[in-house]
Design a protein around this ligand. Structure first.
Ligand SMILES: [Zn+2]
Length: 481
């Protein structure tokens, strides 16, 4: 039997039944990803396995580096096959790392390859996968259809003209592709050169002059409106922690003017300015019924030499240990006091924060929206079996698992869609085992409905993204016993 078999990770009969009869048939709503919309617009065909699987994948680079592989095979000038060969040789050393599961799940689902990857069969896997990549079901659009992705949300700078999203919409794909408003660069006021360069781009994108704080906010609102007009219903922020230090308008106007004049601001001024902006963004999202995502807590680019040579997002980030929850609650509270708290999803990267995050989201309920503030799916270093179970447990024990809006790939690769399957198997295994222990009732209707909701329906209802009507019929429960 292949390592990845039908009942992979499903350790009880009830787990298997829940997965196969309820979870597996659900479509995917991938509401947070970093896939380039241009690949979908042009229906990119991937030339080889390196291109679709290794490019930009800092998880794999980290494992290769940890295995003593030279940088030229990770991000350097080695040939695509040399890079793949270096990765294949590393795979046997990734046992118990989620990469081991992901790798074999992906090889199986995309190319039907059931063998364990290693240096000895690298050439065979390379040839077979590359042959498969020429098929029409493995182009960018082919993959979205194959995995039944009903909507995909990309992450976009507010200055993005979203031409690719318009092009995709014009072709009427079954998978809707929406932008997500991610204005991280608007907070770069403490780096005046980068900030000013970005504001100049914002002026062009919004077609208005930015001469003051108020015109800056106007331009940002124009972009938010524009994203909305193209179907966007989510924003996203990557922050070391929430900003919630009150800042008066005149104070913020002065900080803004100083930065525009090229003057470096202090850390305190940056915190205040960022707080003002984050409250502004919260109001924009609340007004339009959007969902705000907060990715909190990583310590980024801690290796100066790597940052200089390779740039950011190259695999030199770590789990931060800054305090999160007081600032997060203060931020929610400031918005809530003016009835401007949008639906929000918080993602933590430090597992020590699981319970604190899970309880923090329960303090600002809204009688009209179930699960208004969501404790997001296990993220980044926590996106693995233990991390997923820990997130599910913390959420179950302090809130309502049944209202959870489920998994996202958060990926830069078209090979990552089986992450939804991986999550669903872990979810069903957890529930099934508890049913068999007698900790949960053996009520298939109750549990099956919850599973389906977490896989797709909760996210559909909560996010309010427009989807194309479903054409596929849901798989009916089988007669398995
Ligand atoms: Zn992300």
């Amino acid at each position: 039997m292949d390592f990845i078999h039908d009942d992979f990770l499903l350790h009880s009969e009830t787990s298997r039944r829940l997965y196969h009869d309820y979870a597996a048939g659900e479509p995917i709503l991938d509401y947070h990803s970093h896939l380039p919309a241009s690949d979908i617009a042009e229906d990119r065909r991937f030339q080889n396995l390196c291109e679709i699987w290794l490019e930009g994948d800092h998880y794999k680079w980290r494992a290769m580096r940890a295995n003593g592989v030279a940088e030229r095979y990770c991000t350097g000038d080695a040939s695509p096959y040399e890079k793949f060969y270096a990765w294949a040789g590393t795979v046997p050393f990734t046992l118990r790392n989620p990469l081991y599961h992901w790798t074999h799940l992906e090889l199986k689902r995309y190319f039907g390859i059931g063998e364990l990857l290693g240096g000895t069969n690298a050439e065979y896997v390379w040839d077979r996968a590359n042959e498969c990549l020429q098929r029409s079901d493995l182009t960018a659009r082919g993959i979205l259809a194959k995995f039944r992705v009903r909507a995909l949300c990309t992450s976009n700078d507010p200055c993005d003209d979203l031409a690719q999203h318009k092009a995709i919409a014009a072709t009427g794909t079954e998978c809707k592709v929406y932008p997500t408003f991610r204005p991280d660069d608007a907070l770069l006021i403490h780096v005046p050169e980068a900030f000013n360069e970005w504001v100049n781009r914002l002026e062009q994108a919004s077609n208005r002059e930015v001469t003051s704080l108020s015109s800056f906010l106007d331009a940002l609102k124009q972009r938010h409106d524009y994203f909305h007009s193209l179907g966007a219903r989510l924003s996203d922020h990557g922050l070391p922690h929430c900003y919630a230090t009150p800042c008066g308008d005149s104070e913020a106007a002065k900080i803004f003017a100083d930065a525009r004049a090229g003057k470096a601001t202090s850390t305190d001024e940056q915190e205040r300015f960022a707080s003002l902006l984050m409250l502004f963004f919260g109001r924009l999202d609340a007004e339009k019924g959007w969902t705000k995502q907060l990715h909190l807590g990583p310590l980024r680019s801690v290796n100066t030499r790597a940052l200089r040579d390779l740039g950011p997002n190259a695999g030199f980030d770590t789990i931060g240990d800054a305090r999160q929850v007081a600032d997060m609650c203060a931020y929610f509270d400031l918005l809530d006091r003016e009835s401007a708290l949008p639906k929000t999803i918080v993602y933590n990267v430090n597992p020590a924060d699981n319970y604190a995050f899970a309880t923090a989201v329960g303090n600002f309920p809204d009688g009209s929206i179930a699960g208004k503030i969501q404790f997001g799916s296990a993220w980044w270093f926590l996106d693995q079996k233990e991390g997923i179970e820990s997130q599910l447990n913390a959420l179950s024990n302090t809130g309502l698992l049944a209202r959870f809006i489920g998994m996202v790939t958060d990926s830069r690769s078209f090979m990552s869609f089986p992450r939804h399957e991986y999550f669903r198997r872990i979810l069903c295994d957890l529930l099934g085992r508890e049913v068999e222990n007698g900790d949960l009732p053996d009520d298939e209707q109750l549990l099956g409905t919850m599973v389906r909701n977490i896989c797709f329906e909760n996210a559909r209802q909560y996010l309010g993204l427009e989807l194309t009507p479903a054409i596929e019929k849901r798989k009916e429960p089988s007669a398995r016993t």
